[in-house]
Design a protein around this ligand. Structure first.
Ligand code: TYM
Length: 350
């Protein structure tokens, strides 16, 4: 395993340790596949924002990933810009972090091919997200199957130390680590081996109407999902109508009481209190729901305000993404060149 000059876990191997500075490198991404929701916010964005001052952060709208299922070509560009505006709305500061669009940095697709040649059919077949997404689809795209190699490419291109993600991405992160270590063993130290950073509370926010399924951009009913840009009335309405159960007892028991447990966990993530303490404060579902709705409205209000600001100037947003792509490409091109050389590909002379 190779680590950074600063983390001090292991001596820095000769080939990979050329670049980055004293800061921890962070990379993460979101697909532009629909309105972002509370799960994205609590699982990913909040961690991104919390670490943006002390880390060297790269955040990416992973548009190539969104091509792995049917998409609407006429909507993708606007959704990509909108997703980037949501990154800033969530609280990222444009002068602290590098924001960019995956397809603007061609190294992602090229690195994905190198990694596809270092991951096995069996490993990709075991990915639960592939199995879930492929189930019930008539024609499954090859890209959906090889998706985890592209995700590994995203991460490894940036010599990433930490990848803040929700719980559903753990398995992809494990695969990324395996591929990086295997590559380093086979071809010499080339990649930094990254670690997943998954939040303690609300790592998997569940659908409010179907609390055994995760809250998702593309599945489930709109009532089951709190969108990042929902106003006070929508938030209050959705929490009030959230599915609970009939025994009327507030306690945290995800297997037996998934609906109430989901609400308790969201409350715990929002207030920072341990979930057991939150549960001990309530006797009735009604008061838990009322307080949760109020806390969420308060949390999301500044997000909506910032969104209005950033989405009102798509030209400026596009400029920011151009600059981000230049910065990202400068890092990614070096890592790609290193990986190609390690695998023995003939370099160009000019
Ligand atoms: P995506 O676009 O589905 O989700 C973006 C982020 O939100 C988290 N998340 C959730 N967290 C808690 N509860 C939920 N219900 C919930 N739903 C989504 C996800 O875990 C993720 O952190 N494959 C990734 C995108 C990706 C990526 C990467 C991420 C591509 N390359 C490299 C990190 C690093 C995905 O589909 O996320």
């Amino acid at each position: 395993m190779i680590s950074h000059p600063v983390s001090g876990r292991l001596p820095v191997p000769r080939r990979a340790a050329t670049y980055h500075s004293a800061m921890t490198r962070v990379f993460s991404g979101v697909q532009p596949t629909g309105a972002l929701h509370l799960g994205n916010y609590l699982g990913a964005f909040r961690q991104w924002v919390a670490g943006q001052r002390e880390s060297d952060c790269y955040f990416c709208v992973v548009d190539l990933h969104s091509l792995t299922v049917e998409h609407e070509p006429g909507e993708l560009a606007a959704l990509t810009l909108d997703t980037a505006a949501c990154f800033l709305a969530a609280g990222l500061e444009p002068d602290l972090v590098t924001l960019f669009v995956q397809s603007h940095v061609h190294e992602h697709a090229e690195m994905a091919w190198l990694l596809e040649c270092n991951v096995s059919f069996g490993e990709l077949s075991r990915m639960t997200q592939f199995k879930e997404k492929a189930a019930g689809r008539g024609a499954v795209k090859a890209g959906l199957f090889t998706y985890p190699a592209l995700m590994a490419a995203d991460i490894l291109l940036y010599d990433t130390d930490r990848v803040p993600v929700g719980d559903d991405q753990r398995q992809h992160l494990e695969l990324t680590r395996d591929v990086a270590m295997r590559f380093n063993n086979r071809y010499g130290e080339t990649f930094v081996v990254p670690e997943a950073a998954v939040p303690e509370a609300a790592a998997r926010v569940m659908d409010l109407q179907a609390p055994t399924q995760k809250m998702s951009k593309s599945e489930g009913s709109p009532l089951g999902r709190i969108d990042l840009l929902d106003g006070p009335e929508e938030v209050t309405q959705k929490i009030r109508r959230a599915v609970t159960d009939t025994d009327g007892e507030v306690s945290y028991d995800p297997d037996r009481k998934p609906g109430v447990s989901n609400l308790l966990e969201i409350m715990s993530a929002v207030t920072g209190e341990p979930v057991a303490e939150v549960a001990s404060r309530y006797q009735q579902y009604g008061s838990l729901k009322a307080d949760l709705a109020e806390a969420l409205v308060e949390m999301l209000q500044p997000v909506r305000k910032r969104y209005e600001l950033y989405s009102s100037d798509p030209g400026e947003m596009a400029n920011l993404l151009e600059q981000g792509a230049d910065k990202a490409a400068a890092v990614a091109s070096k890592t790609l060149a290193r990986a190609k050389e390690a695998m023995g590909l003939l370099g160009r002379t000019a």
